[in-house]
Design a protein around this ligand. Structure first.
Ligand code: MEV
Length: 300
C-alpha cells in the first residue's frame, strides 16, 4: 500500500527545476496481486474492471498507469495476474491517487518477482510509467508515496530530502477537479506569453520553498504558514485559483489556529490546505485533519 499526498509548496515551479515541499498523508491506497494460472491480466478498482491477454498489454483507460507498469515488465512476468485496487480516497480529491497506485503496483510486482524492496528502484520504475502515460510529471507526488513524511523535492538533479515526520495540516476539498495535464498546459502557455514575469514567479516560489524547508526542519509553523500565504499569491498569479478555492483559503485563514493556507496541487480544483489546528472546526465542516504518513509504500 502507498499513501496519498498533499503538495505544501512549489507546485508547477517544480516542473521547471525549482524546489517543492510535499507531504505524505494517512490516506492509503492498496494494490493486491494474485498470480493467475491463465495468461491474462485482470484489474479491478472503483473505476471499473478490465481483462487483457498477457501478450497484449498496453496502457488503456481507466488503468493506464497499471498497464504501463506491466507492459514495461512484460518480458519478465512469470504468468498472468489479477490486481485489485482499493483506496481510502477517491481519485478526484487531488491526493495523488495516480502516484500512490504506481508506487503500490510497482512494489507489489517487484515483490512477486522476488526483487528486493528498494525505494529508489520503486521510485525510478514508477516515475518512468507516470511519464510514459502523462508526458510530464515532476515526481514530487511519487516521492511522497514512496518515501512518506514531509519532503523537499527537486526533480533535476533529483534530490529527495526528508524534513519532518509530523506537521499540523488540514485540507478542504473544493468540490471540483481539472485534469492535471490540462492545468499544467495552461500554465505553460501563460509562461510562453509572459516569460519574464512567470520566470520571476517561479524564482520567488523557489526562494520561499527554500525558507520553508528550514522552517519545517525547525518546526516553525508560524514562519511556514506565512510562506504558504506568500505562495498562495503566486498560485493566483499563475491563474490557479477559482472562487471556491479562494473562498476556502480565506475561510481557513479566519481561524485563529491556522498559520497559513493555500491551494495544494495543480490548482483550479482539488484541495486547499491549512497549516495548523482549527480552533473552530464547526465553522469549517469541509476541512479534514490530515495526519502525516511517516513512511511511504510498504508491503502488507
Ligand atoms: C503536482 O501535484 C502538481 C504539479 O506540480 C505537477 C507535477 O509536479 O508533476 C502541477
Amino acid at each position: 500500500r502507498a499513501p496519498g499526498k498533499l503538495m505544501l509548496l512549489g507546485e508547477h515551479a517544480v516542473l521547471h527545476g525549482r524546489l517543492a515541499l510535499v507531504a505524505a498523508v494517512e490516506r492509503w491506497l492498496t494494490v493486491s496481486l494474485t498470480p493467475l494460472h491463465e495468461p491474462a491480466v485482470r484489474v479491478q478498482s472503483a473505476l471499473g474492471e478490465l481483462e487483457l491477454p498477457l501478450d497484449k498489454l498496453a496502457p488503456q483507460s481507466p488503468f493506464s498507469f497499471i498497464l504501463q507498469i506491466l507492459a514495461a515488465r512484460q518480458a519478465t512476468l512469470p504468468g498472468g495476474l489479477a490486481l485489485t485496487v482499493s483506496s481510502e480516497f477517491p481519485a478526484t480529491l487531488g491526493l495523488g491517487s495516480s502516484s500512490a497506485v504506481c508506487a503500490a503496483t510497482v512494489a507489489a510486482v517487484r515483490a512477486w518477482l522476488g526483487l528486493p524492496f528498494d525505494r529508489s528502484a520503486i521510485f525510478t520504475e514508477a516515475l518512468a510509467a507516470i511519464r510514459a502515460v502523462q508526458g510530464r510529471g515532476s515526481g514530487a507526488d511519487l516521492a511522497a508515496a514512496v518515501h512518506g513524511g514531509v519532503l523537499a523535492y527537486r526533480a533535476a538533479p533529483l534530490s529527495i530530502t526528508p524534513l519532518a515526520t509530523t506537521l499540523p495540516l488540514v485540507a478542504a476539498y473544493s468540490g471540483g477537479k481539472e485534469a492535471t495535464p490540462a492545468v499544467v498546459h495552461q500554465v505553460q502557455e501563460l509562461g510562453k506569453r509572459w516569460p519574464a514575469l512567470i520566470g520571476a514567479t517561479y524564482e520567488q516560489m523557489e526562494r520561499s520553498s527554500l525558507l520553508a524547508a528550514e522552517a519545517c526542519r525547525a518546526g516553525d509553523w508560524a514562519k511556514l504558514g506565512q510562506l504558504m500565504n506568500f505562495q498562495q499569491g503566486q498560485m493566483e498569479s499563475l491563474g490557479l485559483a477559482n472562487l471556491s478555492l479562494a473562498t476556502l483559503v480565506h475561510q481557513l485563514r479566519r481561524d485563529a489556529g491556522i498559520f497559513g493556507s493555500k491551494i495544494s496541487g495543480a490548482g483550479l480544483g482539488d484541495c486547499v490546505i491549512g497549516l495548523g489546528t482549527l480552533q473552530d472546526p464547526a465553522a469549517m465542516p469541509a476541512a479534514q485533519v490530515m495526519p502525516i504518513a511517516a513512511h511511504g509504500v510498504e508491503l502488507i
